[in-house]
Design a binder for this molecule. Structure first.
Ligand code: ZN
Length: 98
């Protein structure tokens, strides 16, 4: 999957839910140990991405410096390697506070 960029979310769990959803849509568990691609069978790889938390306006990518790290899965054969940086725009300003 691609690292979220300018994705509007109401809670941080939404990022996790999107990753989980992508995994169950596109990958299958092999030997109960790792994911592989449903399409080509390749073993899934991961990028550790830094995701900045920004305010609700998509016009400006600005926040209070808070970042989270997420492990973004991808098939090296079928998907473009996820970017190492992204951002989400939170609708609840308190999520921007540490
Ligand atoms: Zn694949």
């Amino acid at each position: 999957m691609q690292t979220p960029k300018k994705l509007v979310i109401g809670s941080l769990e939404e990022i996790e839910n999107r990753i989980d959803q992508h995994c169950s849509d596109k990958y299958r568990v092999e030997n109960s140990s790792h994911y592989e691609c449903k399409n080509c069978g390749r073993r899934i790889e991961y990028v550790l991405a830094i995701i900045s938390l920004h305010g609700p306006s998509l016009e400006i990518c600005i926040g209070r410096g808070k970042v989270i790290q997420k492990t973004i899965p991808f098939c090296p054969n079928c998907e473009v390697r996820p970017e190492s940086q992204g951002c989400v725009h939170v609708t609840m300003e308190r999520l921007l506070d540490n």
